[in-house]
Design a protein around this ligand. Structure first.
Ligand code: HEC
Ligand code: HEC
Ligand code: HEC
Ligand code: HEC
Ligand code: HEC
Ligand code: HEC
Ligand code: HEC
Ligand code: HEC
Ligand code: HEC
Ligand code: HEC
Length: 384
């Protein structure tokens, strides 16, 4: 007891309000440098409502020593009033660490002072720290449902965009997280189910680009807006590219799409998607993405995936070309030149066809295509 009293007497705080011109030794009590001591200088500053000005009377207005000869900057290299002196790399309380590793700025949840003595920060503002949401928590993208502004009450975030609270029927299982009981990391079902209940498919990257920014307020669907976002390219929504990104004709998803749509052989005008598929009016139209692969092909064509051919398409006559075949077609591929029906004789040549099929071929034997229309391969035998 005596010893303690002696030490206490010895280390009694000097009145800091009287600056010293040539400072005597031991101005401060023991513990001034011990963060666990009530006499710690950080605690002393807090007790003085962050009265840095008092410290500056002896340690200098630049905190580099002044008459005390002890520089604060030797330990606080950014200066004692720098944000990092009191916040280091940011708090570790509650879910701060998780949010920091997700690269969230303080401003998403707090009003951030531009200097330590800014209004509303510490000098005129007692604990606890205020949660004031930035714009992200209040986002309501197209199609989302918001029932109220984002709030933080009793440790719980409500109506916060980031946690899926405003997404429409997304099926998240923790859209009102508690700050001190952060949801376990590493799972994708807290803010939206994976996939959301509206989905029939799990291959996220087919429709949501793998490098799409996440929780940015924009639902990224496809690599571009419109029908070419997930298949096709700028010129057409038809493959190539197919849903897996393939561009080669030998891939089943690509195959002879462009040979039909662009009709480079000039055998007729372009074949519309509707000849082979039900075409959705919008991305979410029934029959479009509401099933697993493969894409549905119009049943009457008799599309047989294993052999990659149409087994009952009238277009090819009795011939059954393979969808992924490369190379040109010739006049004789689908029907004889001439056919062996009674109207024809084997002696007939291409140059003679026009005699009886003038709507279809020229006198030179070329197919007539005008304005994308042709009598050839229109489903009707045109003869006179
Ligand atoms: C009256 C002059 C004076 C005032 C006012 C003053 N100090 Fe000091 N301070 C000193 C002197 C002299 C030393 C050198 C060690 C000693 O004498 O305790 C010192 C040393 C320190 C040290 C280093 C201790 C060590 O052992 O290296 C810290 C930290 C410190 N002061 C913080 C503060 C803070 C924070 C304030 C404002 C709340 C403050 N001081 C106000 C004079 C002062
Ligand atoms: C000898 C090294 C040293 C000196 C000199 C020093 N400090 Fe510190 N200071 C520390 C340490 C260590 C901490 C605690 C850091 C931590 O807890 O992470 C600290 C913390 C602080 C804090 C943060 C308090 C809080 O509650 O977050 C302030 C403000 C501060 N010092 C101001 C000063 C001022 C002003 C001076 C000069 C008058 C000064 N320090 C001189 C080592 C020093
Ligand atoms: C995702 C939202 C969020 C982000 C981002 C965030 N905070 Fe916080 N912060 C909170 C919440 C919630 C509390 C607790 C408030 C309460 O309990 O009333 C809090 C409390 C605090 C406190 C007081 C309690 C403590 O632990 O010290 C400080 C200081 C603080 N935050 C500073 C920061 C700083 C600095 C940053 C940026 C590096 C930051 N926060 C980023 C939400 C956030
Ligand atoms: C001298 C210590 C100190 C310095 C320097 C400091 N802060 Fe703080 N800061 C605090 C304390 C203490 C709190 C409030 C904790 C509480 O209220 O519970 C706080 C709170 C905050 C909060 C939470 C919102 C609020 O205002 O309550 C943010 C964000 C923050 N500080 C950012 C900063 C930034 C940015 C800087 C630098 C420009 C800075 N601080 C400098 C001590 C400091
Ligand atoms: C076949 C394409 C496709 C696939 C595959 C797909 N999505 Fe989607 N996703 C969409 C479309 C289209 C929408 C917008 C319409 C809707 O909400 O159904 C959407 C919407 C969403 C939404 C917002 C839901 C809402 O309620 O606003 C989330 C979250 C999402 N998808 C996540 C996923 C995840 C996670 C996966 C993989 C597990 C996935 N998606 C797979 C096409 C797809
Ligand atoms: C903290 C809440 C949260 C968690 C956890 C989360 N998501 Fe999301 N996710 C969202 C929000 C909000 C959207 C709405 C679109 C946006 O802003 O990016 C979204 C949208 C998506 C989308 C649609 C594409 C896009 O970004 O627009 C995919 C795919 C997705 N999330 C996958 C995942 C996967 C995979 C995981 C797990 C690794 C996951 N999400 C975990 C909140 C979350
Ligand atoms: C001549 C018939 C035909 C036409 C015309 C056609 N397709 Fe296809 N399409 C197919 C066949 C055959 C497949 C392969 C189905 C399978 O994988 O079993 C297919 C597959 C697809 C696929 C899925 C690709 C993948 O990666 O699995 C998409 C998307 C597609 N077609 C879109 C279109 C669009 C858009 C158009 C019109 C711009 C179009 N198709 C025109 C026959 C056609
Ligand atoms: C979000 C990605 C995505 C977008 C955007 C998209 N599609 Fe598709 N599309 C698919 C997927 C996935 C399939 C394969 C569906 C299946 O497995 O049945 C497909 C298949 C098709 C098919 C083949 C027939 C079928 O339903 O299987 C056609 C035709 C088609 N899409 C046309 C369109 C049109 C027209 C648009 C614009 C209104 C469009 N697509 C926008 C993903 C998309
Ligand atoms: C991809 C298969 C295919 C190829 C290749 C093909 N045809 Fe045809 N052609 C048909 C079909 C199917 C018909 C049946 C009637 C119709 O739909 O026009 C037909 C009918 C005809 C007719 C009868 C008139 C008519 O329009 O009905 C003539 C003439 C003809 N083709 C000439 C040619 C010539 C010349 C070539 C080579 C330049 C050629 N065809 C290549 C499929 C083909
Ligand atoms: C003397 C008139 C005549 C000439 C010349 C002629 N055709 Fe025809 N062709 C017809 C008639 C009539 C039909 C319809 C009845 C039939 O199918 O035999 C027909 C039908 C066809 C068909 C459809 C066959 C089917 O199975 O439905 C094709 C293909 C065709 N002609 C191709 C040709 C080609 C190629 C040439 C030139 C090499 C040619 N024709 C020359 C009179 C002619």
């Amino acid at each position: 007891v005596v010893v303690v009293a002696f030490l206490a007497a010895c280390s009694d705080a000097r009145d800091l309000s009287a600056p010293c011109t040539t400072c005597e030794a031991r101005v401060h009590p023991d513990g001034i440098l011990d963060p666990s001591s009530p006499a710690f200088h950080g605690a002393e500053l807090a007790r003085r409502n962050w009265g840095f000005a008092t410290c500056a009377t002896c340690h200098g207005t630049d905190f580099r020593g002044g008459t005390s000869g002890v520089s604060c900057v030797q330990c606080h290299t950014d200066g004692p009033t720098a944000c990092t002196t009191c916040h280091a790399n940011g708090p570790t309380s509650g879910a701060h660490v998780q949010h920091r590793s997700a690269q969230l700025a303080c401003a998403e949840c707090h009003r951030v002072p531009d200097r330590w003595d800014a209004p509303g920060h510490i000098v005129d503002d007692a604990a606890p720290a205020e949660v004031v949401f930035g714009p992200r928590a209040a986002l309501t993208p197209d199609g989302a449902q918001r029932t109220g502004p984002p709030t933080f009450e009793s440790g719980t975030c409500r109506n916060v965009y980031c946690h899926g609270a405003t997404m429409d029927h997304a099926g998240g299982d923790a859209t009102e997280p508690h700050w001190d009981q952060p949801a376990p990391t590493g799972t994708c079902t807290h803010c939206h189910a994976s996939p959301p209940p509206s989905h029939a498919r799990r291959d996220c990257a087919t429709c949501h680009p793998a490098d799409a920014p996440h929780i940015d307020g924009v639902l990224q669907i496809g690599t571009s807006t419109g029908c070419s976002g997930c298949h096709g390219d700028g010129s057409s929504p038809a493959p190539p590219r197919d849903l897996a990104g393939n561009t080669s004709i030998t891939s089943l998803g690509v195959g002879a799409h462009r040979a039909h749509l662009d009709s480079p052989s000039g055998l007729r005008g372009p074949v519309a998607c509707t000849e082979c598929h039900a075409v959705p009016a919008t991305v979410t139209s029934p029959g479009h993405i509401d099933s697993e692969l493969p894409a549905e092909v119009t049943p009457t064509l008799g599309w047989e995936r294993a052999s990659a051919t149409c087994t009952s398409a009238w277009c090819h006559g009795p011939s059954r070309p393979v969808w992924t075949r490369t190379g040109d077609v010739a006049c004789g591929t689908c029907h004889g030149i001439p056919p062996s029906t009674p109207s024809h004789t084997p002696a007939m040549t291409l140059a003679s066809c026009a005699t009886c099929h003038p709507q279809t071929v020229t006198a030179a034997g070329g197919i007539i295509v005008q304005g994308g229309q042709s009598a050839h391969m229109n489903g009707v035998v045109d003869a006179q």
